[in-house]
Write a protein of this length. Structure first.
Length: 525
């Protein structure tokens, strides 16, 4: 989330404010409007309300404010005038403000100015264009209601209405508010924009859109602090760029530190990795490039043309130190559901640099009809397909032969190989041990118990097809009646089918395997 929000909003708002502050400063006393110059004077009963007609190079002054025009009607008793043609208002010895228009009605008693037609207001940096601009000194309100454009060297603001409320230090821009920076490099579209001149915070109300070349943002309420460049976007907040998008109830963004936080109903999509992350709290960092999501965190992705759902207490996605590869970390109470593959483990780590998934903390894997356990498991991904897995320390693979008997493979290290998404070969190293129940058309015919240093098992249709003993072995096939039922299972046998996730919703239901209140938490370094 690296959108820039560097509109020169303070300059634009300063222009709108400065005219009205200028008017207020000269209004502290009830002073008379003076005529400094006119090429021609006319006064008779036919001129409305006893006005004096002034023609050619007309100049008025009130206090230190100068007002020039081509011609005017001056109402001395009312202390007002109507100015026509090339109207120009400015302050003596002060080039910070000047206003030009085709018409001005000025009331010297109330210090109310009404500029009309081709109004141009300038300060040293900004220009305002409109056809109607008013200021009411009694209410300390300046406004335009028929549209205006405010321009500086790089930024343009347009709106239908604009109001300045001096008593509460607030400026409003309303209806069709558009800010364009650097000829469209950044654009903002909103219905209402409010600016506080004391706090330098801009608020927007109603549907608001932000654009630049690569980023888009939408919200229906929020604020932007022009001092520290922090902003909040609320109500259907959305951020997108070519690589990712984030939806949330609200997004808090710090532009200077390129750091963002999203809250509630979050949906973050990474189009490059083809993953969707959901949760209720998300934090994004630029340096390092990292994303953290908690509170109902879930990653959804496509693997082997099937959806994979992964939940954990905390999910972290970041770029490694080289900046080339992505790393995925899942901490605590991690569960995965895929139609033919499920996992429960304490923590998980995966990097695209080697495409190895590491399962930490008494992991359990269910692959089709097989339950796989060990103290530590690695799964190897090749071409977006599960190629093989390795079990370290007390590796155990169990499959159910029928309601009473379980085929079992146990060893200090076990490697399982996949072909076409099916487990077809298992290599067992050190203290290898197998128990399986051969069958015929009538059912189980016996029990085969054997031990050897190294064993290879070949499977067909998810059933043991052949066992190869690579060293001397002990054991063999025995009738069931000759074996004590207690000896039909290897040491530490445990069947965990009731813990297995059955659908994507089950990934949120942690089922403690050891019946402990809290599992020992492993750490991924």
């Amino acid at each position: 989330m690296y959108i820039s929000f560097s509109f020169k909003i303070k300059h634009i708002l300063f222009l709108f404010i400065i005219l009205f502050i200028t008017q207020k400063n000269v209004a502290q006393e009830n002073t008379q409007v003076e005529i400094l110059n006119a090429n021609y004077f006319r006064s008779n009963k036919n001129i409305a309300n006893g006005a004096r007609r002034l023609i050619g190079n007309v100049v008025f002054r009130q206090d230190n404010t100068i007002m020039e025009c081509d011609s005017a009607y001056f109402y001395s008793l009312q202390n007002t005038f109507d100015a026509f043609g090339h109207v120009h208002l400015y302050k003596e010895n002060d080039n910070s403000i000047n206003v030009k228009s085709e018409f001005l009605r000025h009331n010297g008693n109330t210090k109310t100015a009404y500029f009309r037609k081709n109004v141009v207001l300038r300060d040293t940096q900004i220009v305002l264009y409109t056809d109607s601009l008013d200021y009411n000194i009694k209410k300390d309100i300046g406004y335009y209601i028929y549209g205006a454009k405010i321009v500086d060297s790089a930024t343009t603001l347009t709106s239908t209405k604009g109001y300045y409320y001096n008593r509460i230090n607030t400026v409003y821009f309303k209806n069709n508010v558009i800010i364009s920076h650097n000829k469209g490099e950044y654009q903002l579209f909103t219905d209402t924009l409010r600016y506080n001149t004391i706090t330098d915070i801009t608020y927007f109300f109603g549907p608001t859109k932000f654009y630049n070349d690569t980023n888009y943002m939408y919200a229906e309420y929020g604020w932007y602090n022009t001092v520290n460049n922090k902003s909040l976007f609320k109500r259907n907040a959305l951020y997108t760029n070519p690589k990712q998008s984030i939806e949330a109830d609200s997004i808090l963004y710090d532009r200077d530190n390129e750091h963002g936080i999203a809250y509630s109903n979050i949906v973050a999509t990474d189009s490059l990795q083809n993953i969707i992350i959901t949760g209720n709290f998300l934090e994004v960092f630029k340096n390092p490039d990292k994303l953290i999501v908690t509170d109902s965190a879930l990653i959804t992705t496509i693997f082997e043309k099937d959806s994979v759902f992964l939940h954990a207490d905390s999910l972290i996605v970041q770029t490694d130190t080289s900046g080339e590869y992505r790393e995925f970390k899942a901490f605590y109470h991690t569960r995965i559901f895929k139609s033919n593959f499920q996992v429960q483990t304490d923590s998980l780590f995966f990097s695209t640099v080697d495409s190895i998934i590491q399962f930490h903390g008494s992991p359990v894997m269910w692959v089709q009809g097989n339950q796989i356990t060990a103290k530590y498991i690695e799964a190897f991904i090749i071409n977006q397909t599960l190629d093989n897995f390795k079990l370290y320390d007390d590796g155990l693979i169990i499959s159910k032969e029928d309601s009473n008997y379980f085929n079992q493979v146990k060893g200090d290290k076990i490697i399982g190989y996949f072909k076409h998404n099916n487990l077809y070969k298992i290599d067992i190293f050190k203290k290898s041990e197998t128990i399986y129940f051969p069958t015929d058309e009538y059912g189980v015919i016996g029990i085969n118990k054997s031990k050897s240093k190294n064993i290879t098992i070949l499977l067909k249709h998810n059933e043991i097809h052949r066992i190869i003993y690579r060293d001397t072995y002990e054991g063999g096939l025995l009738p069931l009646e000759e074996l004590n039922p207690k000896n039909t299972k290897v040491r530490n046998f445990i069947w965990l089918e009731d813990k297995r996730p059955q659908n994507k919703s089950d990934v949120f239901l942690w089922k403690d395997i050891n019946n402990e209140d809290e599992k020992t938490k492993s750490r991924i370094k």
